[in-house]
Design a protein around this ligand. Sequence first.
Ligand code: 5AD
Ligand code: SF4
Length: 484
Amino acid sequence: MTAPDTQPKKLFIKTYGCQMNVYDSDRMADAMAGEGYVAAAGPEEADLVLLNTCHIREKASEKVFSELGRLEALRAERQAAGGADMLIGVAGCVAQAEGEEIVRRMPGVDLVVGPQSYHHLPEMVARAIDRPRDLTAREAATRAAGDGRVATEFALAEKFALLPRPNREAVRARGLTAFLTVQEGCDKFCSFCVVPYTRGAEVSRPVEDVLEEARELVAAGVMELTLLGQNVNAYHGLDGDGRPVGLGALLRRLADIPGLMRLRYTTSHPRDMDDELIAAHRDLEKLMPYLHLPVQSGSDRILKAMNRRHTRADYLRLIERVRAARPDMAISGDFIVGFPGETDADFEATLSLVREVGYASAFCFKYSPRPGTPGAGLPDQVPEDVKAGRLARLLDLTTAQMRAFGRASVGRTMDVLLEKKGRLPGQLGGRSPYLQAVHLAAPESLIGTIQKVEIVAAGNNSIEGKIVTDLEPKSGSLVESSAA
Ligand code: 5AD
Ligand code: SF4
């Protein structure tokens, strides 16, 4: 039996990959909210399921097809039991990269929408509702192009202009921290990376658009904003007078928004880390001392083969300059092991770079050849077992550094944004300026405040603190009351 029309339709979005996809999933939910869709707790109860996919490594995109198989089985089961239909859609970078191939492989998929076309989602869903699904694979393949099932054109400026903004309740429900995409696409063409192909050329949103969205988020209670872009520090949006503005200047303007307490941005390329951005780290108290600056390799030979357009020395000099501007800056990085031609000596150079920098956090990957990228066609692909061995060694080192960073926090007092209830009763969870998860004993009424917290212990993935802010000196300090 289908649900009566008065029931709101339910949408479930499963998000894979990066924070950009998290942002996009929220935008898609906002677009469908306009059509009366509310969030479903899981695919079982959804009328529409969207997979917002990632294509960055092979494993990520493989997952999509097995998940689609599971969803089709779930739909068939539900229909056999007389339940409602379920539309299945693929969004994100796999949608962009594979397009109609997805419909050919999985004819039961109702829509395929690339990241630049999300503003078309409501009309695509409306068409899908009216479209018969019981086509053969061949019929689906011939009709896919013509029946509006697949949208993968690049029209980024249009996307941002046409997607609806979230309403206040939706923002509130998402918490005190929010992502804001300011830039999409990438012109760097690192030879391992699919992003320039799936997300297209670099595009920056106009300054006023960004400021307006930021003000709306803050008005709805957001305290911390993370600006997103595949290559965020290449941001060059136009201001009201049509002049390009860099990320440093954009951050300065955002920092003026009253009520906005913290700013972050990710992900950056070393080549685009300019003086203005480094100066912003020196000057802006609201700009958090955490920099995610992928290096990928510590070997100049491999950096060249990766088309990174910076050397090891360039990167190390940059880190020095950043730390001169902001001595407590926590550095985070991305690393790829086993890029074609990587020798033991090249890999040792990566380990030595990691030792030299001292990372607060690190994301390490085995090289995964991506179809269509120059790296995939290079000779001297590194055997899987060698990649696995190198990854294990790099993980040992970076994990030890992450834990050391946590331990070095013990005894320090830092501002913690209290975000949510903790796992244990009487406990709250928050974030340090260095993006560490912090747990502490505090009353729920303090959620949504920033407190001075002394770090008293460090675990493997989080640190523990106690509030030292003397909020109400006459009635005893919060340290005492929360310790009770
Ligand atoms: N193989 C392995 N890792 C990759 N990354 C990007 N492309 C690949 C690939 N083909 C990693 C890089 C990048 C991060 C987002 O993912 O380290 O910075
Ligand atoms: Fe990919 Fe980043 Fe290189 Fe752009 S700069 S090609 S997004 S790894």
